[in-house]
Design a binder for this molecule. Structure first.
Ligand SMILES: [Zn+2]
Length: 250
């Protein structure tokens, strides 16, 4: 049976001399692996549509194992992402994270939309670090993680000064600061953005401009939370950190 879907290429692996195994994140079926026969040959009609980050319509032969990719029609090649090493680094992390935290054939149209929108924004030149942080915050629920950001994780208070506690799993208020001497002492603006990123409808992202100090705080908190709770160790994350420190040197 042939199945049609709208998908984004989130991973490709060479298979033999001429074939590729392609992982698509699709609107209809969630994550799907397909065999693209001949896709490594330069003149194959599958070459262009099986490049990493490509967004398109795909037709594949469904089977119990890997389906066979029959046809693809490109909607966007995400060209700007492919042509810039910093963009590529961020987008690679985004698709890798998606790949690692999702299961095969479990559809999640919300997540598909989020991934597509994030890559589109990256492709259009929006702030990469902010987009990556928003994506990370939104991927927490997919991993079964629910940081407490709307009140103090310890006493439940919604008023006062807030810091972020990895140990308590979210924000803690000034009355509870002593519970965690290792808490992140973040500025009120960073607290607001953490909440916003977690709850924001990405379609409504305007031009957020964030100070470098705030960006640094966001990155620290989100990375630490991921390190503690996600159980992931992604090479693409490591590469991204290297690229960021390289860029800071320039
Ligand atoms: Zn408290």
């Amino acid at each position: 049976m042939l199945q049609k879907c709208e998908g984004i290429v989130i991973r490709t692996t060479d298979y033999g001399e001429t074939n590729k195994i392609v992982t698509l994140y699709t609107r209809e079926f969630g994550k799907v692996g397909v065999m693209a026969r001949g896709a490594k040959k330069p003149n194959s009609r599958l070459t262009a549509v099986t490049q990493l980050f490509t967004y398109g319509q795909y037709l594949f032969q469904a089977s119990t194992g890997l389906g066979g990719l029959q046809q693809g029609e490109m909607i966007s090649s995400m060209r700007a992402i492919r042509e810039d090493i910093f963009l590529t680094a961020h987008a690679s992390y985004i698709v890798d994270l998606t790949d690692k935290v999702t299961e095969d054939r479990k559809s999640n149209p919300f997540l598909f939309e989020l991934l597509l929108q994030t890559l589109n924004y990256m492709n259009e030149g929006y702030d990469l670090e902010i987009l990556t942080n928003i994506y990370e915050m939104k991927m927490l629920n997919v991993q079964g993680l629910y940081p407490i950001l709307d009140r103090c994780a310890n006493c439940g208070s919604t008023e006062g000064e807030f810091h972020f506690s990895i140990k308590e799993g979210g924000l803690i208020c000034h009355r509870c600061f002593e519970r965690d001497p290792y808490r992140f002492k973040i500025a009120p603006g960073t607290v607001k953005l953490l909440r916003l990123f977690y709850l924001l409808d990405l379609n409504r992202l305007g031009n957020i401009s964030v100070k470098p100090e705030t960006k640094a705080e966001l990155k620290k908190v989100i990375s630490a939370y991921y390190d503690e709770y996600s159980g992931l160790y992604l090479k693409t994350r490591k590469f991204l950190d290297q690229m960021d420190s390289f860029r800071d040197m320039l």
